[in-house]
Design a protein around this ligand. Structure first.
Ligand code: ADP
Length: 319
């Protein structure tokens, strides 16, 4: 029997990156050989893997383990504190001689980011026996593409029959056949969907974003059983083999900072699936969480609590 989604707290293992973001506002981005003065340095915790783990635990309420790697440095401690603070289990995070992953970000007045990522420890994530055992007990394994692909494949191979391997294919890159064969669920934004569908989508992609997502998802279903395409303020599209695609709108909010919306969405979707929700219901919950995240600045700092998501999604149930 399926677990009752109202009471079952499923388990999620997020396998991925953790970065410290070093952010400076600049009057304009410097050219080669140029030095310019910027504003005060801001430091925040990020990395798609860590962000999605925080979202699965704090906003999604799942029993969440993060499998990643951190340096033995102050940035590593900062990330551990953020993950621990959100209730993520960090006992299987590796510590490496390589420094913690770091993103150097300059932001110009028009809001455009220029980013250099030093992956550092993220290149050394390992699926050892303990990680494989925890993955083998999870309901959902969620990964992204900021760590080596063979680590994602090893994580997928360690899952138990019936567990879901979900990949947020970001940043975009080609996937080998072995990855497609292993995947149960692909979560992508419209750009990533276009990159992955490639020639299979044909030349005539519709101009309306939701129609385009439906067209791209249909092409991707040839390679993976289920696809969710996120569409920013337009919500998302859920496509599954054998059923009609479902459009899930996003609630209207005043967007302040869209950083981390996609990661919040992925983490909460994984948590809801682990708790026994259908994919469409999980996407509805994730959509509320993603919308709340854009009303706040930052990535992990912007992730709402599970209570906030419930109150936002079901205001009629509040006393
Ligand atoms: P990414 O950051 O990966 O491109 P999206 O921008 O598509 O991801 O955002 C992920 C999800 O977050 C969306 O599907 C939607 O549910 C929610 N979201 C993002 N931007 C907004 C917005 N402006 N208003 C409401 N919800 C949003």
């Amino acid at each position: 029997m399926s677990p009752d989604p109202s009471t079952h707290r499923g388990s999620v293992v997020v396998v991925g990156s953790a970065n410290v973001d070093l952010v400076v506002d600049v009057p304009r981005h410097p050219g080669g050989g140029e030095t310019i003065l910027g504003g005060d340095l801001r430091r925040s915790t990020g990395g798609k893997g860590a962000n999605q783990a925080v979202a699965a635990a704090r906003a999604g309420g799942a029993d969440t383990t993060f499998v990643g790697a951190l340096g033995r440095d102050e940035s590593g401690e900062l990330l551990l504190a953020s993950l621990d603070g959100a209730g993520v289990r960090t006992d299987l995070v590796g510590r490496t001689a390589a420094p913690t992953g770091t993103a150097l970000i300059t932001v110009s007045p028009d809001g455009e980011n220029a980013i250099v990522v030093a992956p550092g420890a993220n290149s050394h994530v390992r699926i050892g026996p303990e990680q494989a055992e925890r993955i083998g007990a999870a309901d959902v394994v969620l990964a992204q593409l900021e760590i080596p692909l063979d680590v994602v494949l090893a994580a997928g191979a360690a899952r138990r029959p019936g567990a879901v391997l979900a990949l947020n294919a970001a940043p975009s890159r080609d996937l080998p056949d072995a990855m497609w064969a292993a995947l149960d669920l692909l979560i992508v934004n419209e750009h990533e969907a276009r990159d992955l569908a490639g020639e299979a989508a044909g030349p005539a992609t519709p101009t309306d974003p939701v129609d385009a997502a439906e067209h791209l998802a249909a092409a991707l279903l040839a390679k993976v059983p289920a696809v969710v395409v996120t569409l920013g303020g337009a919500g998302c599209l859920v496509a599954q083999r054998g059923s009609a695609p479902v459009r899930v709108p996003a609630p209207r909010v005043d967007a302040v900072d869209t950083t981390g919306a996609g990661d919040t969405f992925c983490g909460v979707l994984a948590a809801a699936l682990a708790g026994g929700s259908t994919l469409v219901d999980a996407a509805r919950t994730a959509s509320f969480a993603g919308a709340l995240a854009v009303t706040r600045p930052g990535a992990q700092d912007a992730v709402p609590t599970a209570d906030e998501v419930t109150t936002f999604a079901h205001p009629e149930q509040q006393p």
